[in-house]
Design a protein around this ligand. Structure first.
Ligand code: EPU
Length: 351
């Protein structure tokens, strides 16, 4: 077998990953495998890449930080089919390959008169990456719309289908995050609606709709447009300024700790946590209070428009960004006694 390419995949040795991560930091991989047909995965893992070799699955490279080079194989799926899998009348099941660009998929669903993903417009990355961290924005999480996830199980060397209930979706979390070397998501099925049920409660959406001159009940495509406008205003475009969206997760803490903090900081935003006994804080607010917004150390910085977004002004290395992130987390901990943790996967170093 030709190692450099086979049916359904292409291998590049000593590959540069600079253009494959939205931070735009320098990084390399000893082996990069671009997969154009998921059916090639059993062959790849059976022969070309021994199962023991560590494999990093790359989507749009928008939720990771290369603090060093990738230690082993990097694999990227280039599969791009979208199809109607099942028509159930009021709802439909749509199936999209892992390599489909997420925002293109959201636009496809809206173009076909299907709603349910409009609040998740313009999130960077791919369909295959969406269930991993259970992408969420503007009052919606993708897990609510996942019907099933198809994956290649490296442990058993076979394809599996996981129903949504088996995926353990939670805030920026899923089964896949806890077994990073096991599943390679190959396709995702979503359950979408024909009749639109708008979800407009998240701060800013109704204002954006009003600014667009929309009165009464909006269409799903108009909600998507409102979300796109808010995102463009708040979040830097990775094509222009390297970043990976929110760098920290919003911390979830016990109610009692939130109450104690509120006594000292009455203006602190507090949201519901996973259950009644927990609360979610705004990492952006905590970081902002520590004075980091717009901060810059050389080319590593914090966005001027949003305190949660670390940015690469040009030549920052992954280690410089990681060092800045550590200093931000330490200052938040010193002031509020709250630990904040990174949202993107950090490759080549531990947090
Ligand atoms: N805030 C500040 N300073 C800032 C920005 C925000 O104090 O610079 C405060 C404000 O009080 C604001 C609150 O933080 O009301 C929340 O801000 P925002 O609505 O921007 O949401 P977020 O909690 O910072 C989360 C997600 C984003 C998602 C938005 C909208 C996480 C880690 N981040 O951000 O997701 O787009 O909500 O739903 O949950 C991502 O994951 O990469 C991402 C961008």
């Amino acid at each position: 077998m030709n190692l450099a390419s086979g049916s359904g995949y292409r291998i590049t040795e000593n590959a540069r990953l600079d253009a494959r991560n939205t931070f735009g930091v320098r990084a390399k991989a000893p082996m990069l495998v671009d997969v154009s047909d998921a059916q090639a995965l059993p062959e790849l893992f059976g022969y070309a890449m021994p199962r023991a070799a560590s494999t990093l699955v790359l989507g749009g490279g928008s939720n990771l930080l290369f603090a060093g080079d990738a230690p082993g194989v990097v694999l990227a799926l280039e599969t791009r089919r979208i199809a109607l899998a099942e028509d159930r009348g009021e709802t439909v099941i749509v199936r999209a390959d892992a390599g489909v660009v997420w925002h293109d998929f959201v636009l496809w669903t809206l173009g076909h008169g299907l709603s349910g993903l409009e609040n998740l417009a313009l999130i960077p990355g791919t369909v295959g990456a969406a269930p991993i961290q259970n992408i969420g924005a503007y009052g919606m999480e993708v897990g609510e719309r996942v019907h099933a996830v198809d994956a290649f199980d490296r442990l058993d060397g076979r394809f599996v289908r996981l129903a949504a209930e088996a995926c353990a979706f939670a805030y920026r979390d899923s089964l896949f995050k806890h077994a990073p070397d096991r599943y390679i998501v190959t396709a995702v099925e979503f359950v979408l609606d024909r009749a639109f049920q708008p979800r407009l409660a998240y701060a800013g959406i109704t204002d954006a709709l009003q600014a667009m001159g929309i009165e009464g009940t909006p269409r799903a495509s108009q909600v998507a447009e409102a979300v796109i406008r808010i995102r463009r205003r708040k979040l830097p475009d990775p094509a222009l300024l390297g970043n990976a969206g929110s760098f920290f997760k919003n911390p979830i803490i016990a109610c009692a700790q939130a109450d104690a903090l509120l006594a000292d900081f009455p203006a602190m935003p507090v949201f519901r946590g996973a259950g009644d006994d927990s609360r979610k804080l705004s990492a952006a607010w905590l970081i902002d209070q520590c004075g980091w917004k717009g901060h810059r150390d050389g080319d590593a910085g914090v966005a001027a428009s949003h305190a949660l977004v670390l940015v690469n002004h040009g030549q920052a290395t992954g280690m410089q960004l990681l060092d800045l992130a550590h200093r931000i987390a330490a200052s938040v901990h010193a002031r509020f006694g709250v630990a904040i943790e990174p949202e993107p996967r950090i490759v080549g170093a531990a947090w």
